[in-house]
Design a protein around this ligand. Structure first.
Ligand SMILES: [Zn+2]
Length: 104
């Protein structure tokens, strides 16, 4: 849904409408400023470095349902992750890693 909105914005900005293009750039600048501020507030490490310090979560079974946090208000839409691959699977929302725990 978000990506289709993005495509609509790109289409309107390329259709000979300079004002629409300028508005779109303004929104992007606000988003990146906000992100930079958020990163300064937390620590010197990037979010990707922080999440890489979290060890992969061992899960019994082939599928894990990730919600980002046990509190739904802090998490993300439920994401079902398949753990068939030997390497850890990464949640596309929160970056948490999961590995299948084998009992053999
Ligand atoms: Zn997640």
């Amino acid at each position: 849904m978000a990506s289709s909105l993005f495509k609509t914005l790109i289409r309107s900005s390329s259709s000979n409408s300079p004002s629409a293009a300028r508005n779109f750039c303004l929104v992007s600048a606000q988003v990146s400023n906000h992100t930079a501020k958020w990163m300064q507030d937390r620590s010197k490490k990037s979010p990707m470095e922080l999440i890489n310090e979290v060890p992969p979560i061992k899960v019994e079974g082939r599928i894990v349902a990730c919600e980002g946090d046990s509190n739904p208000a802090l998490g993300h839409p439920i994401e079902f992750i398949c753990l068939d691959l030997p390497e850890p699977a990464v949640c596309k929302y929160c970056g948490l890693r999961y590995v299948q725990e084998h009992h053999h």
